[in-house]
Ligand binder design. Structure first.
Ligand code: SF4
Length: 700
């Protein structure tokens, strides 16, 4: 029990969640909202009963207070730590820099002490003082890929990192402004596998990562990210402090983030880097064997096309098996830890970790093709971006086909879990995402408008009916039907393969002109975004920003600052733009954001579901599109005064059978298919915007 817990607190019952929420809302200067209260009470109930909870809480609900208040109350009452996981750094920073400090102060009196919190990231995010002290070792991996200019830039960055190491109190990479390149950072950081271990490390007592972990074990709330949550679930050795309550915010991203954390890559350059690492420690014959295996892999990969592999080509299977066996021989030669000086121990650890990674990935790649296709745990593909602006040699990837089993066994079975986001109930139901998370079917199904999305449920990932959960949609305080229009351009031809057609470009220009700029364009490809930007620059007098012209954060800041500016781009803008006010009154979506047909993971998941009798398209592709569409449309309303139009220029939203499912996944805007209605509304909004003469604000 923390020493600072007062005697008073030990003997008295803590105030209820409702009372604490009122205190918290007052302290942060907000107003109590019905949805927020309902959510806080539901979270408190989940904590009490141990039943998992999925809460959809629209923008403006104040959902972070709604889960933090009951979570903190529980942590203080039970003298335990609760874990809050986010997908994005932006939300992580908001919680740690804004919400939690204010909440801690507000709850100090009613709880009898000030609640405590800390942030915890993966080891690679902290400066490794051992690497700093032992001098930056050469970076073997990919070293041949850098030109002299890059090498000298990396050198300057590493020097700066050494200077920073004597100033920083946390060693947390995000506190270094401006940041440094990944190559430089890798020279002063280690992965969990590469770490010597605090007991062996000569500077283990001053280790930033160890300190962050120790702090995390002592506080009431630990804020982390989905990747670390996944690593905690994947590894036998826990990285998060012991906990029995976890809140997963931005839960719509959970499956993707866990999939990324569980994805491994094998490249010829990683094999040769590992060889160099063990070359000085083991006999030359054994390390040469691995070197040759890597060269053989490079030759085979060079001859294969990029894409998903449903069968293992014989030559590739042979090359990967040779890598696996050579890596195994190196591991045997490296042996386990032994009595040796720190320098030797460090070199052995780095070599072991590099070779182990190669070995484990090669084993997984070979095993991935063992089972019959419908029951394979992993999907394998070759990526080859030789022709991109920053070419990389071909590489092999292996990713899990499903993560539900992992989440079920290692997250839901261990802790009461609250999942929340503005977008969880796709097509009006939580079922689709719950199945991907490994939860059993929704306890009380609610019919959707056209039934297409859920009448043929995907086979759950061996869901266990013993897990109990409930779903709750607390809505949003925003009046979407009054303040927003969903315009679907039904008259346009369905989008083709050849990019934006003339009719679509005309439509975009007419809408942006009516809106007087103020447009966020969300495109399905960079090619489409650039084409639209070129066209708009020619036709209209407004500043048109396009993703890639500058850093995304700079572009978003400029877009927010100058109301008549437009910002066009792709994926990161669908979720990462938070611009309230008159700078954003029109969101344009060029086409429904289905995964690319050649996306290896999505296509393999789709096929696996179909093999089990489910509807792969609806479960994978339509779910992906629904999540992104809801996130994209959600960019329009960031505050209660925001008004505007979401224009979807893909007629399939109106005409396709799955259109109802997608429409039911986005906020309930007033719908129209009439372009004149959309343009008139935008013209009126433009005229009524601050600084303009008209004061009419009627949207329709
Ligand atoms: S304990 Fe590990 S991470 Fe920490 S300084 Fe030592 S080697 Fe680096």
């Amino acid at each position: 029990m923390p020493a600072e817990i007062s005697t008073l607190q030990k003997t008295r019952a803590l105030p209820g969640v409702r009372e604490l929420l009122t205190d918290a809302v007052e302290a942060v200067g907000g107003t109590e909202r019905d949805g927020q209260v309902r959510m806080a009470e539901a979270v408190a109930r989940a904590i009490r009963t141990g039943e998992h909870l999925a809460v959809q809480a629209g923008t403006g609900t104040g959902k972070s207070l709604a889960y933090l208040v009951p979570a903190i109350r529980y942590a203080v009452e039970q003298h335990t730590t609760v874990v809050v996981s986010t997908a994005t750094i932006a939300l992580q920073n908001q919680l740690v820099d804004r919400d939690l400090p204010r909440l801690a102060k507000a709850l100090k009196k009613p709880l009898g002490r000030e609640p405590t919190f800390a942030i915890l990231k993966g080891r690679r995010n902290y400066l490794c003082m051992h690497r700093v002290h032992s001098g930056a070792p050469e970076e073997p991996e990919d070293s041949g890929l850098f030109d002299a200019f890059t090498v000298s830039r990396i050198g300057r960055e590493v020097k700066r990192l050494h200077e920073w190491s004597s100033e920083t109190e946390t060693g947390d990479r995000t506190e270094l402004v401006p940041g440094v390149s990944e190559q430089a950072w890798r020279q002063v950081s280690v992965s969990a596998r590469e770490c010597l271990g605090a007991a062996r490390c000569p500077v283990g007592d001053d280790c930033f990562a160890e300190k962050a972990r120790a702090d995390a074990g002592r506080v009431d709330v630990v804020v982390t990210n989905h990747a670390l949550l996944a690593i905690d679930a994947l590894q036998e050795q826990r990285v998060l402090p012991e906990h029995d309550l976890v809140v997963i915010d931005e839960a719509h991203e959970l499956v993707d983030r866990v999939t990324s954390a569980a994805t491994a890559e094998l490249t010829a350059s990683a094999v040769s880097a590992a060889t160099r690492r063990c070359g000085r420690i083991i006999d030359a014959d054994t390390s040469d064997r691995l070197l040759e295996a890597g060269e053989g892999l490079a030759l085979v990969l060079d001859d294969l096309p990029a894409g998903r592999l449903d069968t293992l080509p014989q030559a590739l299977g042979g090359a990967v098996t040779v890598v696996r066996d050579a890596a195994h021989a190196c591991l045997t030669a490296l042996g386990s830890e032994r009595k040796e000086d720190v320098e030797e121990a460090t070199a052995r650890k780095l070599a072991r970790s590099a070779v182990e990674e190669i070995h484990d990935t090669a084993v997984r790649l070979v095993d991935a093709f063992d089972a019959d296709q419908a029951n394979r745990p992993d999907v394998v593909w070759i990526s080859n971006d030789t022709y991109s602006s920053s070419p990389r040699p071909p590489s092999l990837h292996v990713a899990p086909l499903a993560v539900g089993g992992l989440l079920r066994e290692r997250v839901f079975a261990r802790s009461t879990t609250v999942l929340t986001s503005a977008t969880l109930a796709l097509g009006g139901r939580f079922d689709t995402l719950a199945r991907q998370w490994g939860l059993p079917p929704e306890p009380t199904p609610v019919p959707v408008d056209d039934g297409t999305a859920t009448d043929k449920p995907a086979p759950a990932d061996d869901a266990d009916d013993g897990l109990r959960w409930s779903g709750l949609d607390v809505g949003s305080p925003f009046d979407y039907g009054r303040n927003g229009i969903l315009y679907v351009a039904k008259h346009l031809p369905p989008p083709g393969r050849d990019g934006l057609g003339d009719a679509t470009l005309d439509e975009i220009a007419a809408l942006v002109e009516a809106a007087g700029g103020r447009t966020l364009g969300l495109f399905s490809s960079m090619r489409a975004a650039k084409r639209a930007a070129e066209e708009l620059r020619e036709r209209l007098p407004y500043e048109i920003l396009c993703q890639g012209d500058d850093s995304t954060s700079t572009l978003v800041a400029q877009f927010a600052e100058e109301p008549r500016t437009c910002l066009l781009g792709t994926l990161s803008l669908w979720q990462g733009v938070d611009v309230p006010g008159p700078s954003l009154q029109l969101v344009i979506v060029d086409r429904l954001p289905f995964p690319r047909p050649d996306d290896p993971v999505a296509s393999a998941r789709q096929r696996a579901i179909e093999a089990k009798g489910g509807n792969g398209f609806l479960t994978v592709a339509a779910t992906h599109a629904a999540l992104l569409l809801a996130q994209g449309a959600g960019r329009l309303h960031r505050s209660s005064n925001d008004r505007g139009v979401v224009a979807v220029l893909d007629s399939r939203l109106a005409t396709a059978r799955y259109g109802g499912f997608l429409r039911a996944s986005i906020p309930p805007f007033w719908p129209t298919q009439d372009p004149a209605v959309a343009r008139d509304a935008l013209t009126r909004l433009d005229a009524a915007a601050p600084g303009r003469s008209s004061t009419s604000t009627a949207l329709r």
